[in-house]
Write a protein of this length. Structure first.
Length: 506
């Protein structure tokens, strides 16, 4: 059926067209059906959306979202034709996985390719992720998924020894990459650090780095920076490295799921795309972290090491304490301030931040042969205390278009604040990761970069009645009130004394 093109000024994130309801009925096409679109000498498949609004798409016209209009080279007023298309084979393979069956390399590759080509609906992509969540994947399937995702984008090629550090996340305040990258880069190793923006946390590595410098670059610009100063900290979404990962993450986010097989493939496809030979993986473990027990952490580490072997990457896993936030700051600007202060004066910085950063950097130095076994953390600490890491970090900031002379006190934070105090003498027995994250996000982090939390008392601290346990920062008073409401309803920091309760109460 010939239809007149109407280009919609909308980016949908999918390959889809919009039909007027009357046209859809006459063609026997229903919502989310697939159609073959033929425009001049180009052919593509698209998912169908339907409107009853004649102003949006009148009868006899076809609405093209920007993605498909660009792909097809279609302009307003031109004529195109559509017909019902076949269901992709990958949908059959997804149904197979939903029944708990093992998929072949070819079947998994087909699913990945169709996801990247936007041939799958969001519902079909969700089904694939839920199948992984319910049934898991064996290592052969995970390898196929990883390599399939790797092939969908570009590969960064750098000379010399290329390394990286990555965390599976889940712990607020984890700004250690801002210390690790300059420590490693100052040794002559290349460390092209890519990161996603925060999904459920108050700040990802990219969000924190964006306070100090630009984080969005092309792959050629990224390579030039790394070769110039040894390292960079950038957003991976603009580099086209394993872009299938970004598609799957976008669907995972509202569901708040992270299937183990998909997490393994997601991390390792991105790292393989960076062209690295050595990887240190941070596996935070403890109450409130993604991994809560040592048994789970060891099992996950074994899988990462085996997958790395299959990809030609030497993997070392560091199981770290994840029961409470790293350092004191949570939120982009506050974390940037804390990281910069730690680079300037490591002896005065949070012990958890400096200790974790040098321990993980030390593992990288050991597996690359730069330091002897057991001596890496000490070498990393020496680099940090010598000022070499701060100097290198400022070079990285400069290379990424930031101000290399910036001082911590020049970084702006939210002007609306609230202090949460203790009502009793005692000891801090719990700093709840999940509640801390919820409060910081309610305050506006990571979107409003100056928002977040500074924690003044952590587990084991002795405190007195009226002492400030934490301070909330917000850029808007309304967001501050939202954060205070959570804080008052659920205690993020628990203080207990020897007397827990009385029976009876009166």
């Amino acid at each position: 059926m010939p239809l007149i093109v109407k280009v919609l000024d909308i980016l949908s994130g999918k390959r889809a067209i919009i039909l007027n309801k009357a046209d859809a009925l006459s063609l026997g096409i229903e919502l989310h059906d697939r159609v073959k679109v033929v425009h001049e000498n180009k052919t593509s498949t698209a998912l169908v959306e339907i409107t009853e609004d004649p102003k949006l798409v009148p009868n006899g016209q076809i609405g093209f979202y920007k993605e498909i209009a660009t792909e097809m080279g279609a302009l307003n007023g031109e004529t195109t034709e559509i017909s019902v298309a076949k269901i992709p084979s990958s949908v059959i393979y997804i149904r197979k996985k939903l029944k708990g069956k093992v998929l072949s390399t070819e079947e998994i590759t087909s699913i990945v390719q169709d996801a990247v080509a936007l041939n799958l609906s969001e519902l079909e992509t969700v089904a694939f992720l839920l199948a992984q969540e319910f049934y898991g994947m064996n290592m052969d399937e995970i390898e196929a998924l990883t390599k399939g995702m790797l092939k969908t984008g570009k590969i960064l090629e750098l000379p010399g020894r290329v390394v990286d550090k990555h965390s599976i996340g889940g712990v607020p305040g984890n700004k250690v990459s801002l210390l690790i990258v300059p420590i490693i880069a100052s040794t002559g190793l290349y460390i092209p650090k890519t990161s996603s923006r925060a999904i459920t946390s108050p700040s990802g590595t990219t969000d924190t780095m964006s306070v100090l410098a630009n984080v969005q670059f092309s792959i050629d610009e990224f390579k030039t920076m790394v070769m110039k100063v040894g390292g960079a900290i950038v957003w991976g979404g603009s580099l086209n490295l394993a872009p299938a990962d970004d598609i799957f993450i976008r669907v995972e986010q509202p569901l708040k799921i992270d299937p183990r097989s998909q997490m393994l493939a997601s991390i390792m496809s991105k790292k393989a795309a960076e062209g690295i030979s050595y990887l240190v993986l941070d596996l935070p473990t403890g109450k409130g972290a993604k991994v809560e027990t040592m048994e789970q952490a060891n099992s996950l580490a074994t899988d990462f090491i085996e997958l790395g072997r299959r990809l030609g990457i030497t993997v070392k896993c560091g199981i770290t304490y994840g029961g409470q936030p790293i350092g004191r700051a949570v939120g982009p600007a506050l974390e940037a301030i804390e990281a910069l202060k730690a680079l300037e004066h490591p002896d005065e910085a949070s012990k958890s931040l400096v200790g974790k950063s040098t321990a993980l950097a030390g593992l990288l130095l050991e597996i690359t042969g730069y330091a002897r076994r057991g001596e890496g953390a000490g070498v990393a600490m020496d680099i940090l205390k010598s000022g070499k890491a701060e100097k290198k970090f400022r070079e990285i900031i400069d290379a990424q278009g930031g101000d290399p002379q910036i001082k911590p006190e020049e970084i702006q934070v939210g002007k609306y604040t609230y202090q949460f105090t203790t009502e009793t003498d005692g000891y801090v027995t719990l700093v709840d990761n999940d509640i801390i994250k919820n409060i910081a996000r309610a305050a506006g982090a990571p979107i409003e970069k100056g928002s977040g939390i500074v924690i003044h008392a952590k587990q084991g601290y002795k405190v007195e009645k009226g002492q400030v346990l934490m301070e909330i920062y917000a850029e808007r008073s309304t967001k501050l009130q939202e954060a205070i409401a959570i804080c008052n309803n659920i205690r993020p920091i628990v203080v207990e004394n020897m007397l827990l309760s009385t029976v009876p109460e009166y």
